[in-house]
Design a protein around this ligand. Structure first.
Ligand code: ADP
Length: 228
């Protein structure tokens, strides 16, 4: 069994910007091991979202390999990639994107039911996740009745609902105050350690990044260690 949840090997990716090609990654490599949380710190426009999309199989690299849980995804069909994404990757965005008409518990249970669990099984596990993230008392509330930090913790529970190998988060604390950011980051960190899954988190917040297992940035198309 592989001890990595995500590997990028010599990955190149460019946008076709009309007259000029915009080279975001050029033979970039990254290894994210089980139980590791990696922070990705880079200025706006550097390519953080692009990198997360490649890792989450939303884009294909033009060159190189993307491996998830030891499986090379290059040769997979679009349908197989979609299935793999559903089974192995969870996304967390800056704005939670929870379903407004459903409760916190339902937001975490629904992805599990789509994956085939019964409503009681899904609800029970949803409650366990919400409890681990410290938001179980808010389980029966809708997103509009939750604070920003609570919403983000529910979004993390939802991303973790189908036990993904990998959580990809794009500025998950971007619109939260420092104390709440801390709480959300800690919740994510303890989830990753507990499940021995992995996370790659784009963040501007150096104080949070410091608590990650590794901090990387993008430089001239490569993924390199970042000195805080
Ligand atoms: P970040 O997340 O670090 O802000 P992005 O990955 O969103 O950076 O974008 C990296 C660069 O690629 C930016 O200059 C952005 O304008 C450009 N870009 C993003 N998406 C596209 C696209 N679909 N077509 C062309 N250029 C794009």
């Amino acid at each position: 069994m592989s001890d990595t949840n995500l590997e990028l090997i010599d990955v190149s990716y460019a946008y076709d910007g009309g007259r000029e090609k915009l080279q975001i990654l050029e033979r970039a490599s990254l290894t994210v091991k089980k139980g590791e949380l990696i922070a990705l710190v880079a200025p706006s426009g550097a390519g953080k979202s692009t990198l997360l999309h490649l890792g989450g199989l939303l884009e294909r690299p033009q060159k190189g390999e993307v491996t998830i849980a030891g499986q090379n995804t290059n040769a997979l069909s679009d349908r197989a990639r979609t299935l793999m994404r559903r089974n192995t990757v969870g996304f967390v965005y800056q704005f939670h994107h929870l379903l407004p008409e459903f409760t916190a518990l339902e937001n975490v249970a629904i992805p599990q039911m789509i994956a085939g669990k019964s409503i009681s099984e899904a609800s029970e596990y949803a409650l366990t996740l919400l409890d681990n993230l410290g938001v179980a008392p808010r389980a029966s509330h809708r997103p509009s009745e939750l604070s920003g930090g609570e919403q983000q913790r529910v979004a993390i529970a939802r991303a973790a609902a189908n036990n993904p190998n990998l959580i990809l988060a794009d500025e998950p604390t971007g619109n939260l105050d420092p104390d709440t950011s801390n709480l959300v980051f800690e919740a994510l960190l303890s989830l990753i350690k507990q499940h021995q899954s992995s996370a790659l988190i784009a963040t501007h917040d150096h104080d949070l990044a410091r608590r990650a297992d590794h901090v990387v940035t993008l430089k001239e198309g490569k993924i390199v260690p970042f000195d805080l």
